[in-house]
Design a protein around this ligand. Structure first.
Ligand code: C2E
Ligand code: MG
Ligand code: MG
Ligand code: MG
Length: 288
């Protein structure tokens, strides 16, 4: 049974729906407590250059360790959104990510940038720019170290307002990428007007690559579109060497995926950074 009535389906009262909202409320209550107790953590997934695997940045991904089990964000971000907790949660994520990258910077671990996911409710909040500024004042970063990932639904909700906000942020050195690019809407026209610097192609587009000709055609077209508009094109969900090679040949120079690493705790990410630096130094020494 699906949770929501689909098109043409009739909504009838179903006990499992009540059950679901009961669970929803419980989850919201637990999440609120976790926020108060500071129990949420950020994990970081490396973004790497596809030719040599050098570190280009990281995406901050929230994790909720509850009773020893990690609750995936897909389960609690929707709850955070519908309960309004997303504002508080989003502020925390922004502050924590800035704090972390500033800390790494002060210890000589130079991360080019950290990307933070922003949900629609958060972006539309009247204090959003102030929240970003607050995080940057608490942990001053060099310019361009913070990138926001916004989804197509945010963009299309009100393109003029979105553009104006992104412009304001850009003046403060904060860049933006369209996340999960390609899954939401068929309209591509908005991309021309939007002050974003990158698109992150949704990982669903990598499925079937490199076996299926159609999948490769669609992917190639998106890449060309991004490049023609002068945007940085980032691929997510790279799981195989074949996918890495395909993207690299198509001129995508940056990506993330399990092929390189899953998202890791800050401590593990730090160890990964050092190991990756050593690996690069070794290959460079071999090449010269
Ligand atoms: P996203 O922003 O598109 O993040 C990429 C997701 O793909 C992450 O899932 C990541 O772990 C996963 N991924 C990366 N590489 C691979 C791969 O090679 N294979 C596969 N199968 N998956 C890969 P995650 O961490 O479960 O996050 C899911 C979504 O939850 C994110 O999608 C984002 O929309 C949302 N999210 C995560 N953290 C935050 C946050 O701090 N704030 C907000 N508002 N949303 C967040
Ligand atoms: Mg993202
Ligand atoms: Mg994404
Ligand atoms: Mg996604």
């Amino acid at each position: 049974r699906t949770e929501q009535a689909g098109l043409g389906e009739v909504m009838v009262f179903r006990p499992e729906l009540q059950q679901q909202s009961h669970q929803h409320l419980r989850l919201a209550k637990q999440l609120r407590q976790a926020l108060i107790r500071n129990e949420l953590v950020l994990h970081y997934q490396p973004l790497v250059g596809l030719e040599n695997g050098e570190l280009r940045g990281a995406e901050a991904l929230i994790r909720w360790p509850r009773d020893g089990v990690m609750v995936p964000p897909g389960e609690f971000i929707p709850v955070a959104e519908s309960s309004g907790l997303i504002i508080q949660l989003g502020e925390w994520v922004m502050q924590q990510a800035c704090r972390q990258i500033a800390d790494w910077q002060s210890r000589g671990l130079d991360l080019p940038y950290v990307a933070v996911n922003v949900s629609a409710h958060q972006f539309r909040h009247p204090d959003f720019v102030r929240h970003v500024e607050k995080a940057l004042i608490a942990s001053p970063l060099s310019r361009d170290r913070l990138m926001l990932e916004i989804t197509e639904n945010i963009v299309l909700d009100d393109i003029d307002r979105t553009s104006a906000l992104l412009q304001q942020l850009l003046m403060r050195g904060v860049s933006a990428a369209v996340d999960d690019f390609g899954v939401g809407y068929s309209s591509l026209n908005y991309l021309r007007k939007l002050p974003v610097q990158a698109i992150k192609i949704d990982r669903s587009f990598l499925q079937g690559i490199p076996q299926e000709q159609e999948a490769m055609s669609v992917m190639s077209t998106i890449i060309t579109l991004g490049h023609d508009l002068g945007l940085r094109v980032v691929a997510e969900g790279i799981e195989t060497v074949e996918q890495q090679l395909f993207l690299s040949r198509k001129g995508v120079n940056c990506g993330q995926g399990w092929l390189f690493s899953k998202a890791m705790s800050a401590a593990d990410f730090e160890a990964w950074m050092l190991k990756n630096q050593e690996r690069l130094a070794r290959t460079q020494a071999l090449a010269s």
